[in-house]
Design a protein around this ligand. Structure first.
Ligand code: CA2
Length: 436
């Protein structure tokens, strides 16, 4: 039978993620529990995860653990600083006890600097956020000699197939998050251009990746559609969008997903949470166009008008959307009608490549912008496109494409590894890379 670890939580920790996020973060106790279970599971430990607001209950659980457990991880919360009774109960235990605090209690009010529990704890972790719990569990596993695979041994090999991708920041984003999670994580760029290959090499490259034990692949231009016939199954999103940017390779199967739309939706929710959404114009219906339009409608944009120089592309994206959302919410306009539709819009989303370092310029005449029009980009190289610069100078609310790049990677990392990445950490890393 697996050794049992009791993870005990004291008063008010049931409010985690719901109040005081600056001190305690945004993660809920249920999410902490899930992380603890995952870590313990990998290490061959069983977990009893509990929380109470009552001192007597905590003491009863410590007594229960005395009989059953191989260790305790305890965040006694405010009882840390007050309870001799909890200290006495812990003192009767013959196994290691680790005290965890989410915040750095020594940086806080004087009355939090003293802990009764520390006298009996084999170790104290504070100020590591909720990661403190999993660190304590990992250490306990080492002490108890539990033989699960150590997370440091878990290895993931993944990659990106596309053309002209040498400057991509996605490999660094994934690898750094993998390292921060204690994984051996390698993200290879498989650039068709560098290899002198055409898009028709895709089947051969996927087969090779599968044979070499890749956990998954990101797929980008020009292969997001052509990859589909090479897959065993698709997620609902990928099927609806007819585009795949993430392939999970598992148990001999290839499953296609689309995390681009999630990337735009998360970025939009965070960056422009309160803007008017009655009518929005999307420029461009190629590349990421259908994923962005899908995200826009999912984010509550009431009516979306799509404009593309290639009328048939705009029409086909609009038809796909109309099949999934209410038909009245999507329309197509001709480039000649741009001024009129923009005049009636709350926001503008640019999904054309104009503004990228390779295609500098504005995707529409500057005279059509006005201060009460919000403007969103999906380009992140450069982070400030000419469109964003012009819109900001006018006083428009704006959103750059950096967040979309990060959140598509957040979701792909989760799909490849089954491990929830730290999105805030990935955003910070991306910002640091972009500042260089
Ligand atoms: O940092 C920690 O983990 C603490 O143990 C948390 C206790 C505090 O009394 C200790 O000094 C340090 C407080 C737990 C309250 O938890 C809340 C969580 C979210 C919102 C409000 C309270």
């Amino acid at each position: 039978m697996n050794p049992i670890v009791y993870v005990l939580n004291g008063p008010n920790l049931n409010l985690l993620g719901k109040r005081q996020p600056k001190i305690y973060g945004r993660e809920t106790l249920a999410e902490v529990e899930a992380e603890c279970r995952r870590t313990a599971g990998e290490l061959g430990l069983a977990i009893e995860f509990r929380q109470t607001n009552a001192e007597s209950q905590l003491i009863d659980w410590i007594h229960e653990a005395r009989e059953r457990a191989s260790g305790i991880v305890i965040n006694p919360a405010a009882f840390t600083h007050t309870s001799v009774a909890i200290l006495d109960a812990l003192n009767t235990c013959e196994f290691p006890i680790f005290e965890v605090h989410i915040s750095n209690i020594h940086q806080r009010e004087e009355f939090r600097h003293h802990s009764f529990v520390s006298r009996v704890a084999a170790g104290v972790i504070c100020g590591f956020g909720t990661q403190g719990y999993t660190l304590a569990i990992q250490h306990l596993a080492r002490l108890t000699g539990s033989r699960g695979a150590s997370p440091i041994q878990r290895a993931f090999l993944v990659g990106l197939i596309g053309t002209g991708i040498r400057a991509s920041r996605t490999p660094a984003l994934h690898e750094q998050e993998g390292a921060a999670q204690g994984l051996r994580y390698i993200y290879k760029l498989i650039d068709l251009e560098t290899l002198g290959l055409g898009a028709d090499a895709l089947a051969e490259l996927i087969k090779a990746a599968e044979r070499m034990g890749f956990a998954g692949l990101n797929i980008t231009h020009p292969c997001k559609q052509s990859v589909i016939p090479l897959l065993d199954d698709l997620s609902d999103d990928a099927r609806a969008l007819g585009a795949v940017n993430t392939v999970v390779l598992k148990d001999g199967k290839r499953i296609g997903h689309n995390t681009d739309w999630f990337g735009f939706a998360e970025n939009f929710k965070r960056g422009l949470p309160d803007v008017a959404r009655d009518h929005v114009v999307q420029l461009g219906a190629g590349g990421a166009g259908s994923a962005v339009a899908h995200a826009a409608l999912t984010c509550g944009i009431k009516k979306l008008t799509i404009i593309d120089v290639a009328a048939d592309r705009a029409k086909s994206v609009a038809e796909g959307l109309a099949a999934r959302f209410n038909r009245d919410r999507v329309s197509v306009a001709a480039p000649a009608d741009l001024a009129a539709v923009i005049a009636a819009a709350d926001g503008l989303i640019n999904t054309t490549p104009i503004g990228m370092a390779k295609y500098p310029g504005l995707p529409l005449p500057a005279a059509l912008l006005r201060p009460d029009l919000w403007v969103a980009e999906i380009i992140y190289f450069p982070m400030e496109t000419e469109l964003l610069r012009t819109a900001r100078a006018l006083g428009c609310r704006t959103l750059d494409g950096g967040g979309m790049a990060v959140f598509q990677a957040v979701e792909a990392f989760r799909l490849f590894t089954g491990i929830k990445p730290d999105a805030e950490r990935m955003l910070e890393h991306f910002a640091a890379m972009s500042a260089n």
